[in-house]
Structure formats: structure tokens, C-alpha cells
Design a protein around this ligand. Structure first.
Ligand code: ADP
Length: 402
């Protein structure tokens, strides 16, 4: 029997998300989340999707990622789908930063782990957790292939003129300062699905992909390759996000240091955790912001307007970068669910061939769909992202090709 199952692990700084996927029919067998790892209030939410068992919860401290992964393994084992199962083909890990060297899904060995560790200075929040996740998984199943799939990979095709910051080249190169981009797995998956929706091969279409979740990024995709993306050295650059500022004059950092006496770490925390929608109005959930707007809340309105203004700027910029655009594609929590955001982002862009059909936009649904009127020169689409499935596909393809 050829093993067909893939366990996808997405290890964050204090959480591990996981999915067990059977590649024979791409069905989910189990999904779950371990959260608040390291705190007294840790929780594990586990849901077996095969066999009909209901959701299960565990509460109580998970000391570290090791403990979390062990608890996850126990839950899977209780459903007869443990890590020792002969049906498990590979464990696929989401790794945030692959730098310049790790640009394709990669079978993890010591050298690869070292390279992921070497990149910790440019991804201090994410890569350490990713390394821990891989090490623990290796310990639990030493014989099983582990594949790393990098968030930066899709963007590694970016031309040099988009990837470089206009700063002294020697300084930049000495410290690996350049634009890497993130959410690459999502941008890659969504681009492919959008091409399918348009009935074309990915090589034939130019797309502007807007991944709008808590983190948010835009990318300009020409013929299936990334031409530019809005996140840079770190996931801070670009769009207005839930708690991150996105684009900002770098001199704001010096100013806050000199005038407000803030330390580097304080400014870092401000821009990453207390900015974006949260900093502007006190809420980072678009649903709550829309509720407040309906009640006439001015701060929520302004936060929304700033969010939309930035989105529009990126649509315009990437339109210019691509020259011709086949579709603007919305994805992730906000992009998939917020009709008002989609409508506002393309409002007034009729001259660019862009329009949204009110009814189609409001209709909702879990499938990839067009929301532009039939006359629109440039299509507008909603394409649900599925980073876990993409990681599973890439990991499985790699082990199957060996
Ligand atoms: P993450 O970046 O954490 O993976 P998601 O892609 O899941 O985020 O997006 C989460 C965000 O999506 C929430 O913070 C919320 O703002 C937004 N969201 C989710 N559902 C809706 C909805 N029905 N309407 C508007 N916004 C939504």
C-alpha cells in the first residue's frame, strides 16, 4: 500500500495549526489547533473529520512546542491516525522564511535546518517556531520525510528591480536586506485557481492577488510568476493590516526614537502589534469595524477608508507594473468574506476596466467565483485560499517524485 496521507504543520510563535489530508482524494481527515503554548491557559482543539467523531478539546499547560506536538500526536492516535500510521507519507511544514537559497519545497536535512536557523535574524518571530516544529516531528517519526514549504518561495522569482531596496548595496547584501515577500503559498495557490476559474493556463494570465487576512499582502503575478509583492524584508511592509501599519516613512522610526524617546523594540512593537486597523480604531476584526460603521462610528469609518485607500494604491501600482490585467483576485478572511471591502477597493476604477456586480458580490459562498459584471474588461474574482492543501500538494509531490 502506498501511503497517501500528509500531516501539515503550521507552527507559529505560540501555536501549532495542523491538518491531516489524504492525497488520494484530497479529503481532510483531521484538523486542529494548539494555542497559547507556554501559558497556563494552553488549549488544544482537535476535530476528526473522518469517522464521524466530534470535536474534542484539551485544556491545561502545554509547556512548549514539543509538548504541543506530542498532544496532537496523541489525539490523532486516539482516532487511529497516529504519527506511526503506515499510511502517513510525509509531514509538510510551513516555514515562513527561506531566504535566497530555499526557494522550492525542500526535503529537510541538517543543512536545510541550519539554513532555516541562519535566517532567524530576518524572521525572529516565525523561523524559531518552524525549526522547533520540524525537530519535534523528526523526533516523533525519524524515518518519515519532512518537507519544508516556504512562504517566501513564490516571490523568489521577483525581478531584482522589485526585490531590492534603493539603499547602499554593500550594506544591504552584508545583512541580507531585500524584499522577500510572504504569504507566497497562498498567492501561488490562489493564482493557479484563478487561472482555472478564467479557463486559462496560469502562464496566460496576469493577476493582481489581494490576500486580505489579519496579515495582508498584494502581489502582481505575470504568467504564474510573481513580479512584485507588497511585503518586504519582513511581513510589515505594504497594505494596512489587522495590527501592522504596512507602508510608512522609515523616518517615523527615527522620529519616535528622538522625539518620543521610544526604543527600537518599542517602535517594533508599535508598528507590528499596535498599528493597522487596531491602532486606528481599537478593533482589528473587519466584521466589528463594519458593525461600528453602521452605528456611525467615525474612527471605524476612518480606519476602513485608510485600509481601502492603501488597497487602491496597490491595485493601481500593480496594474501599472503588469501593463495588462486579466483579473483582480480577493482571498483570505477579509477578501473572501467582506463584500463591502471588495466593492470599495474597486469603486471608481471603471476606467481601468474594473467593476463589481452588486448581487454577485453580495452572494457569498465557499467556491471560487467571479463577482464582476459580464461586460467588465478586467474580471474581479473571489478565490478561497487553502494554504494547507497547497503545502500538502507540494510536500506529497516531492516525496512521490523520489
Ligand atoms: P490570518 O491572517 O489570521 O490567517 P484570516 O485569513 O483567517 O487571517 O482572516 C482573519 C480576518 O478575516 C479576521 O480578523 C476578520 O477581520 C476577517 N473576517 C473573517 N470573517 C469575516 C467576515 N465574515 N466579514 C468580514 N471580515 C471577516
Amino acid at each position: 500500500m502506498t501511503p497517501t496521507r500528509v500531516l501539515v504543520l503550521n507552527s507559529g510563535s505560540s501555536s501549532v495549526k495542523y491538518q491531516l489530508i489524504d492525497m488520494a482524494d484530497r479529503s481532510r481527515l483531521a484538523v486542529g489547533l494548539a494555542e497559547r503554548i507556554g501559558e497556563e491557559t494552553s488549549a488544544l482543539h482537535h476535530e476528526p473529520l473522518a469517522g464521524g467523531g466530534g470535536k474534542r478539546e484539551r485544556h491545561g499547560r502545554l509547556a512548549d512546542h514539543d509538548a504541543a506536538l506530542e498532544a496532537i500526536a496523541e489525539e490523532l492516535a486516539a482516532d487511529g491516525m497516529g504519527l506511526d500510521s503506515p499510511e502517513l507519507a510525509v509531514i509538510g511544514h510551513r516555514v515562513v522564511h527561506g531566504g535566497l537559497k530555499l526557494t522550492v519545497p525542500t526535503l529537510v536535512d541538517d543543512a536545510v535546518l541550519k539554513e532555516i536557523e541562519r535566517l532567524i535574524p530576518v524572521a525572529p518571530l516565525h523561523n524559531p517556531a518552524n525549526v522547533t516544529g520540524i525537530r519535534t516531528a523528526q523526533r516523533l517519526r525519524p524515518d518519515l520525510p519532512q518537507v519544508a514549504v516556504f512562504d517566501t518561495a513564490f516571490h523568489s522569482a521577483m525581478p531584482e528591480h522589485a526585490a531590492r531596496y534603493a539603499i547602499d548595496v554593500e550594506t544591504a547584501d552584508a545583512h541580507r536586506v531585500r524584499r522577500y515577500g510572504f504569504h507566497g503559498t497562498s498567492h501561488a495557490y490562489v493564482s493557479r485557481k484563478a487561472a482555472e476559474l478564467l479557463g486559462k493556463d496560469p502562464s496566460e494570465v496576469n493577476l493582481i492577488v489581494l490576500h486580505l487576512g489579519n496579515g495582508a499582502s498584494a502581489s502582481a503575478v505575470r504568467g504564474g510568476r510573481c513580479e512584485d509583492t507588497s511585503m518586504g524584508l519582513t511581513p510589515l511592509e505594504g497594505l494596512v493590516m489587522g495590527t501592522r501599519s504596512g507602508d510608512i516613512d522609515p523616518a517615523v522610526v527615527f522620529h519616535l526614537g528622538r522625539v518620543a524617546g521610544m526604543s527600537m523594540d518599542e517602535v517594533d512593537e508599535l508598528l507590528n502589534k499596535r498599528s493597522g486597523l487596531l491602532g486606528l480604531c481599537g478593533d482589528n476584526d473587519m466584521r466589528q469595524i463594519r458593525r461600528r460603521m453602521a452605528e456611525g462610528d467615525a474612527a471605524a469609518r476612518l480606519a476602513f477608508d485608510i485600509y481601502i485607500h492603501r488597497l487602491k494604491k496597490y491595485i493601481g501600482a500593480y496594474y501599472a507594473v503588469l501593463g495588462t490585467v486579466d483579473a483582480v483576485v480577493f482571498t483570505a478572511g477579509v477578501g473572501e468574506n467582506s463584500a463591502p471591502v471588495r466593492e470599495a477597493a474597486v469603486a471608481g476604477l471603471e476606467e481601468l476596466g474594473l467593476a463589481v456586480d452588486g448581487e454577485l458580490n453580495a452572494a457569498g459562498g465557499k467556491e471560487a467565483r467571479l463577482i464582476s459584471p459580464s461586460y467588465a474588461r478586467v474580471k474581479v474574482a473571489v478565490v478561497p485560499t487553502d494554504e494547507e492543501l497547497e503545502i500538502a500538494e507540494q510536500s506529497y509531490a516531492l516525496v512521490a517524485s523520489r
